[in-house]
Design a protein around this ligand. Structure first.
Ligand SMILES: [Zn+2]
Length: 454
């Protein structure tokens, strides 16, 4: 069992939050947040002048009169979770990096998350792009990879986790040849170097440190066919251990192998097969079939994805289906699964956010108490309450109150309904102005008062 230190724990939490934020955005119709650089961010920017860029380790400068185009080494602000992916302008979503790395990151995002329809490239973050993205599990996983990469930028712990993205980064940042090795090896370069190092040397655990003094021969950028003939004896875990551990990463089966493997290595890095230059899919196919049920599911473009579940005792008859049906089924399943996954992430996120799993009633009550106490009042207009409620639930990753009620309470409630159902008449009082509607005297409620009795 790996024990995370608090920094790692916090990072995992931030990654989860960023993913939840992004998913909420994907499912919404709202415009991306507009770029806004507030005073605290400017202050942060100013403070980084003369410091190293956390990505490339070049010393950054902050010229008094900046010229466009900016110099490569000018310090710039970067949204860690891009606004086009649901990011916001809160201080913690900013990172100060050099202008060159900033440009490269943007280029990389455009490339890695691109979706083309009939040769037309959809604008990242646009409604069309979101619609395409959320119906494809593969694309969602790719987005998640990218988000994780962004949040781990400049961190040593992410070594070799994202070879595909690192390769792109290296290509844009340093050109096509293998990167020139700086004396102070920045983390991202270590990642790239150790990745290439493995490809070059072709054997096992070459330490990135040993490689960082040799300028490696140039390497083709395409992914090299990995060595699938490697025997499992050279690996310091057995296929059985691997299988057992990966099954512990999920409670629902079958589960998509690629993502589960991602969870596994983030928890237990010793299972990271890239340390052995082995592709996870190869390892699964060649060594794990005795311990896992492995199901092949082709996607729309015919690429095979593996889904795993615990080994069944009795082996059922294999049913052969025609290929188009398999593809159609897999497409449906992918959509269903991505919906499930979104719901799950949202649940997990909400749970970790409130630290305990609470019933809908106490969650709602808590929200209301928070709103009133944050406003230091016991009386609010219904419209003000509505606005504050929306803000609260958006912080939890919901699009709006309607979605919150739908998801937490399983029904479409209004705030007034919920106030009536979850508070007693002594606790909550509606006030308003009398009205005559169709000759009947009624009240038009405009305000709500909270009488807290504890
Ligand atoms: Zn940089």
């Amino acid at each position: 069992m790996t024990i995370f230190n608090s920094d790692e724990q916090e990072l995992l939490e931030r990654i989860r939050l960023a993913k939840a934020q992004s998913i909420a955005f994907l499912n919404s119709e709202k415009q991306p947040t507009k770029r806004m650089i507030g005073a605290p961010v400017k202050k942060k920017l100013n403070s980084k002048s003369g410091e190293e860029c956390p990505i490339c380790k070049e010393k950054m400068k902050l010229s008094k009169r900046r010229q466009t185009p900016l110099d490569n080494t000018e310090a710039t602000v970067e949204h860690i979770l891009d606004l086009a992916l649901g990011g916001n302008n809160k201080l913690e979503n900013f990172m100060i990096i050099c202008n060159r790395c900033n440009e490269v990151n943007n280029q990389l995002m455009q490339e890695y998350l691109k979706i083309e329809i009939a040769d037309k490239r959809l604008l990242i973050g646009s409604l069309d792009w979101r619609k395409e993205l959320r119906t494809s599990e593969k694309k969602i996983l790719k987005l998640f990879q990218y988000i994780e990469w962004c949040l781990k930028l400049g961190q040593d712990s992410a070594k070799g986790e994202f070879p595909e993205i690192d390769t792109l980064f290296s290509k844009y940042r340093y050109g096509k040849i293998s990167p020139v090795l700086p004396i102070k090896s920045p983390s991202i370069l270590i990642k790239i170097i150790s990745y290439f190092g493995r490809l070059i040397s072709g054997f096992g655990k070459s330490e990135s440190k040993n490689l960082s003094n040799s300028s490696g021969p140039s390497v083709r950028m395409e992914e090299t066919e990995q060595d699938s003939q490697r025997t499992p004896e050279e690996i310091d875990f057995t296929p059985e251990e691997f299988s057992r551990s990966i099954l512990q990463m999920s409670r629902e089966f079958p589960v998509f192998f690629g993502q589960t493997y991602g969870y596994l290595i983030s928890k237990h890095s010793r299972f990271n097969l890239s340390n052995y230059n082995i592709s996870p899919n190869e390892y699964l196919r060649l060594h794990c079939s005795d311990f896992l049920e492995i199901e092949e599911r082709p996607d729309k473009v015919g690429q095979i994805h593996y889904w795993i579940s615990p080994k069944k005792k009795a082996i059922g008859a294999k049913i052969s289906l025609d290929a188009s049906k398999i593809i159609e089924d897999s497409r449906k399943r992918a959509q269903k699964n991505s919906e499930k996954k979104i719901a799950k992430i949202r649940r997990e996120f909400t749970n970790t956010n409130t630290h305990t799993i609470e019933d809908p009633k106490s969650r709602f009550r808590k929200l209301i108490f928070e709103i009133f106490s944050e406003n230091e009042t016991n009386r609010l207009s219904l419209s003000a309450l509505g606005v504050r409620m929306s803000r609260k639930v958006q912080d939890e990753g919901y699009q709006n109150s309607k979605e919150y009620f739908q998801s937490v309470h399983g029904s479409s409630m209004t705030i007034s309904d919920a106030l009536n159902s979850y508070f007693t008449n002594e606790e909550i009082r509606f006030t308003g102005i009398p009205q005559i509607v169709n000759g009947m005297r009624t009240m038009k409620y405009t305000h709500v008062e909270l009488h807290r009795r504890d």
